[in-house]
Design a protein around this ligand. Structure first.
Ligand code: DOR
Ligand code: ZN
Length: 346
């Protein structure tokens, strides 16, 4: 039986770090295991202009533990007023690696997102020209669309028309949760990829709703039926270069999760790699783990894979059930199974 796993150092292609005290509390968990991460811009206020991204990057770098080599890959938050020249300049300087599309109202801090997709056509046109990827939160927000259907409807009503109109635009479908999304990625030509979270490989909608409501499993897009989870597991463990890890680790304090109207998000940064190793082992695909965590993402973004490695050892994993932050405790995602792959301390 394999006792150690050495992987090219992973990257996280979708991560929420927040800001200030929360940033300082959560960043060390990602920086301990990942070399780089695509940093989500849904702060309050959002990271809209290149100057905002530069300032946020500086705050992240200042919050890193001493000696950490972690590199934040910045994004801009797309609004209907985003200036294509500002985006192009931020790309040309190397400051940003993607622009994030939130349909207005789709999720946490998305109020400044896009309602009229025609209004962002000039930005998307420029992004297609310069090869800057668009990361999408793929859910429509129309109240008449059932929340479990919002990803599939987004593909049909929003994403496919955008990709037809802007041929050549590189798109990452973030945190896919459905067989519809996995099929759409597989059916598309080059230039379309998808991130898959750790938690969507583990939970289905029963985990949230059956036997009592479990706010710590509530995230957006919400986990779907078991058949969708199985498709996601097959995609992630297939080695297919179009699928790669984006944890969507999204810390919220317990006080903000355990409300009549609680926040969406699972905090998975501390145990993500151990959970993934467990999932890949269950699927007899440990040999595909490195593609998912460390090779496919850089290849999609046109970046080299990392030249460092990380080792996991077959030994029971110990992780906290919550972390303390100055804003209050944040519960760590419970995968409901023992974890047996511990990331070796470096
Ligand atoms: O569950 C989620 N949490 N989904 C998102 O899209 C946003 C994120 C957050 O920022 O908390
Ligand atoms: Zn997210």
């Amino acid at each position: 039986m394999t006792q150690t796993l050495t992987l090219i150092c992973p990257d996280d292609w979708h991560l929420h770090l927040r800001d200030h005290d929360m940033l300082r509390a959560v960043l060390p968990y990602t920086a301990a295991h990942f070399a780089r991460a695509i940093i989500m811009p849904n702060l309050v206020p959002p990271v809209v202009r290149s100057a905002d991204a530069a300032a946020y990057r500086d705050r992240i770098l200042a919050a890193l533990p001493e000696g950490s080599q972690f590199t934040p890959l910045m994004t801009l938050y797309l609004t209907e007023d985003t200036d294509p020249d500002d985006v192009a300049a931020a790309h040309a300087s190397g400051l940003i690696k993607a622009v994030k599309l939130y349909p207005a109202g789709a999720t946490t801090n998305s109020a400044s997102g896009v309602s009229n997709f025609d209004k962002v056509a000039p930005v998307l046109e420029r992004m297609a020209e310069i090869g800057l990827p668009l990361c999408t939160h793929g859910e429509v927000t129309n109240p008449e669309v059932d929340i479990f259907d919002r990803e599939a409807v987004f593909i049909e009503r929003v994403l496919d028309p955008i990709r037809t109109r802007h041929a050549g635009l590189k798109v990452v479908m973030e945190h896919i949760t459905t067989a519809d999304a996995a099929d759409y990625v597989r059916s598309a030509g080059s230039g379309l990829g998808a991130t898959i979270t750790t938690h969507h490989l583990v939970i289905n909608r029963n985990h949230i709703l059956a036997g009592g409501i479990k706010p710590h499993y509530y995230c957006l897009p919400v986990a779907k039926r078991e058949e969708h989870r199985l498709v996601l597991r097959a995609a992630a463990t297939s080695g297919d270069a179009r699928f790669f890890l984006g944890t969507d680790s999204a810390p919220h304090t317990d006080a903000n999760k355990l409300l009549p109207c609680g926040c969406a998000g699972c905090f998975t940064a501390p145990n993500t790699l151990s959970i993934l190793a467990e999932v890949f082992e269950q699927e007899h695909a440990l040999d595909k783990l490195e593609a998912f965590t460390s090779r496919n993402g850089p290849a999609f973004y046109g970046l080299p894979a990392n030249d460092t490695t990380i080792t996991l050892i077959r030994t029971p994993v110990h992780y906290p059930d919550h972390i303390e932050t100055p804003e209050g405790p944040v519960t760590v995602f419970d995968p409901l199974m023992p974890l047996n792959w511990t990331v070796e301390a470096t």
